[in-house]
Design a protein around this ligand. Structure first.
Ligand code: BJW
Length: 234
């Protein structure tokens, strides 16, 4: 496995499952307990802000004290020890990659420990509950403070940077994601078009499995450290 110089890693909820955070589409996942239309769209926030804030307030509490697992640690080790460039793009809103030490990191679906003012677009670190009566520290307006996360129908963050990295990568590795949500589900096609080797590491075959040149299935805490060892040994 020698010769990879520009690596893009895409991660999803399966990476954080063994840290105790729920995935979305597994049978006991978040979407088995909540309807997407009720909690993860701008229309839901406009219709019932309290329900949406309660949903994310509970998840913010869950993310505050959670620890990264062996898979997050292995990806941080890859970034620090690999001689080439490693960019990690995560769909996860939890802070586990950065807690493990990843630095070249994009949270394309936002961060649960940040707030976004729907009025002025200001983004700010936020560890406590969000409520409908809060004022924005930047523009002073009330009622617009929401979690800094990307809902259905909204544009994920830093897409230009991500597409530029995909167009230039020689290895693309997708980890712990079901491949249901676009644009992330389309990244493997972009990497294939760039001539990159493409690898899926997941508990089970994802929706996009046919697009990957290689796949390893199993628990992230087992298969990710082993795969990183293989990459670093060259
Ligand atoms: C393990 C494991 C273990 C478990 N070890 N593995 C029709 C066609 C195409 C697209 C669309 C369409 N209609 C609408 C769209 C667009 C829409 C979309 O994709 N809809 C689909 C449902 C079809 N997308 C959007 O609206 C996005 N914006 C957009 O497209 O803007 C326009 C645009 C166009 C072109 C370029 C750029 C932009 C926004 C999507 C926002 C998604 N938001 C959420 C919520 C974020 C906040 C929050 O966390 O609450 O993001 S939804 C949810 O799904 C969350 C996740 O990041 C995302 C992906 O989920 P993920 O990570 O894949 O989790 P799971 O649960 O699905 O899978 C986990 C996997 O792990 C499973 O496979 C398990 O087996 C595995 N696993 N344990 C290893 N221990």
């Amino acid at each position: 496995m020698t010769g990879f110089n520009r690596i893009v890693i895409l991660t999803g909820a399966g990476l954080s499952a063994e840290s105790g955070l729920s995935t979305f589409r597994d049978k006991d996942g978040i979407w088995a307990r909540y309807r997407i239309e009720d909690v993860a769209t701008p229309e839901a926030f406009a219709r019932n802000p309290t329900l949406v804030q309660d949903f994310y307030n509970a998840r913010r509490k869950g993310a505050r004290d959670v620890a990264p697992n062996a898979a997050h640690a292995a990806l941080a080790r890859l970034e620090s020890d690999h001689p080439g460039n490693v960019l990690t793009v995560t769909q996860n809103i939890d802070p586990l990659h950065e807690r493990a030490g990843s630095k070249n990191l994009i949270h394309m679906h936002g961060e649960i420990l940040r707030a976004l003012c729907a009025h002025c677009g200001g983004r700010t670190p936020w560890e406590d509950d969000l409520t409908a009566d809060l004022d924005c520290g930047r523009c002073g307006r009330t009622g617009g403070m929401r979690p800094d996360v990307v809902w259905f129908g909204e544009m994920p963050y830093q897409m230009e940077t991500i597409y530029a990295a995909l167009a230039d990568c020689d290895l693309f590795v997708s980890i712990g994601t079901s491949g249901n949500v676009y644009p992330a589900a389309g990244f493997v096609a972009e990497a294939n078009a760039a001539g990159a080797h493409t690898v899926e590491l997941n508990l089970e075959p994802s929706e996009g499995i046919s697009h990957f040149a290689e796949a390893i299935h199993g628990k992230a805490t087992e298969i990710v450290p082993a795969y990183v060892d293989r990459l670093l040994k060259g």
